[in-house]
Design a protein. Structure first.
Length: 386
């Protein structure tokens, strides 16, 4: 078995039944602890990540307590140190309690966190975001932004497109995302801060980021598997189709695929966001936002993007291994890897997930690729049940 390096090509991976792949890295997951352990825990979430071939994840700060001070961060870090089976890197919040009114204790937190984010909330104040960027620049940390203009939401919960109109749902317009990205890009250009955009979903987001990169702005961005493989045409009246940002139009999906092909989009992250079954069984309107994805990401991307030739295997490794690690300065050890049977076929069954959450729009999809084993620091942390 071989450890695929960045320049390996697809036939090197597919000529063998078992291949050794470098540990995947997900810079956007919700492990829900502390505060919401009924949804997920550091233990269950890191085990689910290991089953998906991930050896490093960055966990978002929408927790209780929010990691906006050293004391609050310590509550989370103690659980990570005790329970995580893979490398887990915490974010700190940009603002106190993610309320957008006052900066967190960024100075004290910076040496102990991977980056700063108010994920789940857009920073509404231009002045607050500029102040945060100036501070992050001085501290040599990224600002990682969930971009959402609250003034444009109007109670929406799916994309403001044809499905919403035909089925009487309240829609979320695309500008609520790309408008705030455009604002942040101007601020990043002004301050020189390193800036990373979470889970982009619209064609306009791709274009404004593409233009900013051409101007030399220090920006990277991510999208998620569901935005690449699904669109509003696939929606059903079920909570497992509800996430934020929502599934957009087919033209947005096409633009995202173009974005990963031409390098505008640097990273694929899962936005793994588990909830209880009760929270996801309230239909499109009333279910909680968020789906799980860390156990299914690689098989889905391999099956539906690499095998049909949409992207190369090398490009997929860039998107889920090398680019996120390079941007977030996350090391890849020689003894952090997973072993896959790439040609084994299976059907996605949420009842088999190691995550506490099982809401996924990909239930029943047939995929190639089964993780046989995941190793972290030379220790086996996941092995397929025989």
């Amino acid at each position: 078995m071989t450890l695929l390096k960045q320049n390996d090509i697809l036939n090197q991976a597919t000529e063998q039944r078992a291949v050794r792949l470098p540990g995947f890295c997900d810079v956007h997951v919700h492990l829900r602890e502390p505060g919401f352990s009924y949804k997920e825990t550091i233990l269950t979430g890191s085990k689910a990540a290991a089953r998906g071939g991930y050896t490093a994840v960055c966990t978002m700060p929408n927790l209780n307590p929010v990691p906006d001070s050293l004391a609050h961060l310590k509550v989370q870090q103690d659980i990570i140190d005790r329970d995580a089976v893979i490398h887990v890197y915490p974010y700190a919040a940009i603002t106190v309690n993610e309320e957008g009114k006052e900066l967190s204790d960024m100075e004290a937190l910076a040496p102990k966190v991977i980056a700063f984010s108010d994920d789940g909330h857009g920073v509404q104040s231009d002045a607050m975001m500029e102040e945060a960027m100036r501070c992050a620049k001085r501290l040599n940390r990224l600002i990682v932004a969930h971009c959402e203009d609250n003034r444009l939401l109007h109670g929406g919960y799916i994309h403001d497109g044809s499905y919403a109109k035909e089925h009487g749902h309240k829609g979320i317009c695309s500008e609520s995302e790309w408008g705030q990205i455009a604002r942040d890009l101007e601020l990043a250009e002004k301050t020189g801060c390193g800036y990373h955009v979470c889970h982009i979903s619209t064609k306009e987001s791709v274009e404004v980021i593409r233009q900013a990169k051409a101007r030399g702005v220090d920006v990277t961005c991510e999208t998620a598997p569901h935005y690449l493989l699904l669109c509003e045409d696939d929606l059903k009246e079920d909570g497992r189709w509800k996430m934020n940002p929502p599934l957009r139009a087919k033209e947005d999906q096409d633009a995202l695929i173009k974005g990963i092909q031409d390098g505008t989009i640097d990273v694929i992250a899962t936005d793994h966001a588990p909830h209880s079954a009760e929270e996801k069984n309230r239909g499109l309107e009333k279910s909680a936002f968020g789906i799980v994805g860390i156990e299914t990401a690689f098989p889905l991307l391999y099956t539906y993007l690499v095998k049909p030739g949409v992207i190369s295997f090398e490009k997929l490794m860039d998107l889920i291994v090398y680019h996120p690690r390079r941007r977030f300065n996350i090391p890849l050890g020689e003894e952090d890897y997973s072993i896959w049977d790439l040609e084994a076929e299976t059907v996605i069954n949420p009842d088999d997930f190691l995550s506490k959450g099982n809401a996924t729009p990909f239930a029943g999809w047939t995929v190639n690729g089964i993780c046989k084993k995941t190793v972290v620091n030379g220790i086996t942390v996941y092995e397929e049940e025989k």
